[in-house]
Write a protein that binds this ligand. Structure first.
Ligand SMILES: [Zn+2]
Ligand SMILES: [Zn+2]
Ligand SMILES: [Zn+2]
Ligand SMILES: [Zn+2]
Length: 639
């Protein structure tokens, strides 16, 4: 058993080497049918009868599957000779035994026997003779069942010396030069790619499949797997190799199935999948077998882009989707990267009917704020004043747009000018309601009518100017009032003690009034004077009404003297001071004059002045002392 196994293995390795050469040939498209031209030298096992004839009769012996048949050489010698039948193909490798019913793999059959006189006959299975020769035959046959017959016949003598030997043996065999058929695999290394479970099966119409051999990916060893093999999903990925051998040792060429049920993987550098980025990135597809990368921009169609795709810094903003498919049809998941590299740029759209605007932009993922608050694209901005829109791309880039909205004045009512006021047109801001006046028209000016009024006794004359359009008027002063022109009539005359009355009436305007005439007062005069012992009495009488009164004057001289003395007494305490003051002034004055005279060396003059000074002092003293007495004397004189 061990020996047999070793034998099979050695044959097996030879076949592998052979197969390698053959497959090399197939690579160039050769479809040559494999023919196992090399075959062992078979010793044919023979089955049949051996008949020995003598004078006494014949004796027949059956033999079965015998490779060496030993027979007598002649009736005398006692020597024997061996019948051995050999079969070879076109070339020989080793030896073997061909038993009845065995398969051989060569269409070229070369039989030879050890005894050249023996007749060899090759027959078909239905009894047709192919060829018959002595000692050796050769034939080129097609596949089928054949029988090789060997006839060894010798005879001699007669009667009791009669001797004969007759051997009739044969062996059936089947010629099978066709290699098994393999289904489910390809002779081309690139023939079959699959990501599904697959089955490779070998069949052989002739000798039948001895075994299907399979080599797994990355393995160096073929392993017999029966007549068919199913590889399920989840098995090792790569190229599976197969060949099959039939029972006549016909070997198929090598068949292949490329199996890959693992989808490609996508890798990215410069970004991460599912992220928003602002700079270039590259996506690559990887697979144990080559993978094809597909890219889709936004809603555009998928495009095949080789094995990697570079999104450069100036690429279009938007979402890029990726997936990859290997040549087995395994499809990866879909990934995306949102690319936002462009500076966000927007624009204002101004209203046709006022100054309001809205802001809009093209970037699908951009957002904006208006004065720091979220702004919805396309919203009308009506608030007047300064504003700022900041447009952001969501990936760190933004652009500022300062702007302002001015009033939008719409022409309103036109007010015509009046005599005194300008006309104008009113404008109203349709956004905020603010109003303003413009387009002024000068006032037309009044259209005056002049009315002149002469002055009266008491009122100024005037000229009135009245506007006929609006009634506005103003006045100009005319002549001064003429004043009343009274005629006076005394209604009641005044007496000495009572007022009278005078009535006045203006001749021009009839204005009248009554005024009092003051009482005249009495008109006294001295009508009588009496003097008794220095006392004087006087009688006064009014010339108009005769009213009288008496005045008692008393003693007049005494009264004056008393008064003067009284004054002198009042004056005397101050007299010495008046004298000193007057004398002082006199002294200073004269002192200066005397010094001046001395300086001018007018000694005579100075002497006179000194005398005058002394006289002056005496005079001053005299006047001061004498004055009261002088006054008293004058008073007495007067009285
Ligand atoms: Zn406004
Ligand atoms: Zn007017
Ligand atoms: Zn008057
Ligand atoms: Zn009187």
């Amino acid at each position: 058993m061990t020996n047999t196994k070793k034998k099979i293995l050695s044959v097996f390795f030879i076949e592998i080497i052979l197969a390698a050469f053959l497959s090399f040939g197939f690579c160039f498209g050769s479809e040559t049918q494999v023919s196992a031209a090399t075959m062992p030298e078979y010793t044919v096992a023979l089955t049949g009868t051996v008949t020995k004839t003598t004078w006494g009769g014949s004796n027949t012996t059956d033999i079965s599957n015998q490779t060496v048949i030993s027979v007598p050489k002649s009736n005398t010698s006692g020597q024997t000779e061996d019948i051995v039948l050999y079969l070879t193909g076109t070339s020989v490798a080793g030896t073997s035994v061909l038993y009845d019913g065995n398969y051989i793999a060569s269409s070229q059959l070369n039989f030879r026997t050890t005894l050249s006189g023996d007749t060899l006959t090759l027959m078909t299975s239905d009894g047709q003779q192919v060829v018959s020769e002595q000692g050796a035959i050769s034939a080129n046959v097609s596949d089928g069942r054949y029988r090789i017959q060997l006839n060894h016949s010798k005879a001699s003598g007669a009667g009791y010396t009669k001797w004969g030997i007759n051997v009739d043996v044969s062996c059936s065999f089947v010629v099978d030069t066709a290699a098994p058929v393999i289904q489910g695999a390809s002779t081309s290394t690139t023939g079959i790619y699959t990501n599904e479970a697959f089955t490779v099966a070998a069949s052989d119409a002739g000798s039948g499949v001895k075994a299907l051999y399979m080599k797994e990916p990355n393995s160096n060893v073929y392993v017999a797997v029966g007549t068919s093999k199913t590889i399920i999903r989840g098995s090792k990925n790569g190229r599976y190799s197969f060949y099959a051998v039939d029972n006549s040792n016909n070997r198929t060429s090598t068949y292949y199935v490329n199996f890959d049920d693992i989808p490609p993987t996508l890798s990215i550098s410069g970004a991460d999948f599912g992220e928003t980025v602002a700079k270039a990135f590259i996506v690559s597809a990887k697979d144990t077998n080559s993978a094809t990368l597909y890219c889709r921009y936004e809603t555009e169609g998928w495009k095949e882009v080789g094995t990697s795709y570079y999104v450069s810094n100036d690429a279009k903003d938007g979402i890029y989707y990726f997936y990859a498919v290997d040549k087995f049809g395994n499809r990866s998941e879909e990934y995306w990267v949102r690319f936002m590299a462009a500076e966000p740029v927007g624009r204002f759209i101004k209203s046709n009917t006022d100054n309001t605007v809205y802001f809009t932009w093209d970037g699908d993922y951009w957002t904006a704020t208006l004065d720091g608050k979220s702004y919805t694209k396309g919203t009308w901005i009506k608030t007047e004043g300064k504003h700022t829109i900041v447009l952001s791309n969501g990936a760190g880039k933004s652009t500022s747009y300062p702007f302002s909205i001015e009033h939008y004045f719409v022409k309103g009512e036109t007010v015509p000018p009046t005599c005194s006021e300008q006309g104008y047109t009113e404008y109203k801001c349709s956004q905020c309601g603010e109003t303003k006046k413009e387009d002024y028209i000068e006032a037309t000016g009044h259209s005056y009518k002049k009315t002149t009024k002469p002055p009266t006794c008491t009122e100024m004359g005037e000229t009135v100017y009245t506007c006929e359009e609006c009634g506005f008027e103003y006045k100009e002063e005319g002549d001064y009032p003429s004043g009343h022109s009274y005629t006076a009539t005394v209604v009641k005359s005044p007496s000495c003690t009572e007022d009278g009355q005078r009535h006045y009436r203006c001749d021009k305007c009839g204005y009248e009034y009554t005024a009092a005439i003051p009482a005249t007062g009495h008109d006294y005069s001295i009508t009588d004077e009496q003097n008794e012992e220095g006392n004087t009495k006087r009688v006064y009488t009014c010339a108009n009404c005769g009213d009288t009164y008496t005045q008692d004057l008393g003693n007049q001289a005494e009264m004056v003297m008393n008064y003067v003395e009284y004054l002198f007494e009042q004056y005397s305490p101050y007299m010495i001071w008046v004298f000193l003051a007057t004398a002082g002034v006199w002294s200073v004055f004269m002192g200066i004059m005397i010094i001046i005279a001395h300086k001018h060396e007018e000694k005579e003059k100075a002497k006179k002045m000194l005398v005058n000074y002394l006289i002056g002092l005496v005079v001053i003293f005299g006047i001061l002392v004498a004055a009261p007495f002088l006054v008293r004397g004058i008073a007495a004189l007067v009285t």
